[in-house]
Ligand binder design. Structure first.
Ligand code: SF4
Length: 177
């Protein structure tokens, strides 16, 4: 069994924080183990929870269309927390902290050169302190990895004016591949 398959098994059984005990379906990361980029979002949404896969709803479609537009086809995609918080609220600090070992493991196993951090929660996870209106498209070096802060596709769905900025961040990621 590969390290990531083993991790997936651990994630499916995990109850390290309250999110694992509320009956929601877990959504582990998935994708290439040698990706062009690694993508990290906040948490699964309702569509992701239904099928147990990350970024499969409207936001995921928007993301995949933009990746395709820039010729990025080979990705590993995951979230900061692997269970959906109730009513899609932001994950709490203690939930992020409980789940962080899984994301760390994914990063260590995959060793990406570039990470696209989608949304405030994922950007903050990598130490980005400024608002996304300032940080979007900027590169932060975290443990030798280029982390690019980017608006979350859900935010772009709510405000189409962010579309160009969103694409600018993805283009930035592409420039490092
Ligand atoms: S959110 Fe993460 S830490 Fe919490 S129960 Fe789910 S997998 Fe475990």
């Amino acid at each position: 069994m590969s390290a990531l398959e083993d991790l997936r098994r651990k994630i499916v059984l995990c109850k390290k924080c309250d999110l694992g005990s509320i009956g929601s379906r877990v959504v582990p990361g998935e994708g290439s183990v040698y990706p062009q980029i690694m993508i990290v979002g906040e948490a699964p949404g309702v569509n992701e929870e239904k099928v147990g896969r990350p970024f499969v709803g409207r936001g995921g479609k928007l993301l995949r269309n933009s990746l395709e537009k820039f010729g990025i086809r080979n990705v590993y995609i995951t979230n900061v927390v692997k269970h959906r918080p109730p009513k899609n609220r932001k994950p709490k600090k203690e939930e992020i902290s409980a789940c962080s070992a899984f994301l760390e493991f994914e990063i260590n196993a995959i060793k990406p050169r570039v990470i696209l951090a989608l949304g405030r929660t994922a950007s903050e996870y990598f130490g980005v302190k400024s608002r996304l209106s300032e940080a979007n498209g900027k590169v932060f070096i975290v443990n030798g990895i280029k982390v690019i802060a980017c608006y979350h596709p859900a935010a772009v769905l709510r405000n189409v004016n962010l579309r160009d900025e969103f694409n600018r961040a993805i283009k930035q990621a592409k420039s490092f591949i």
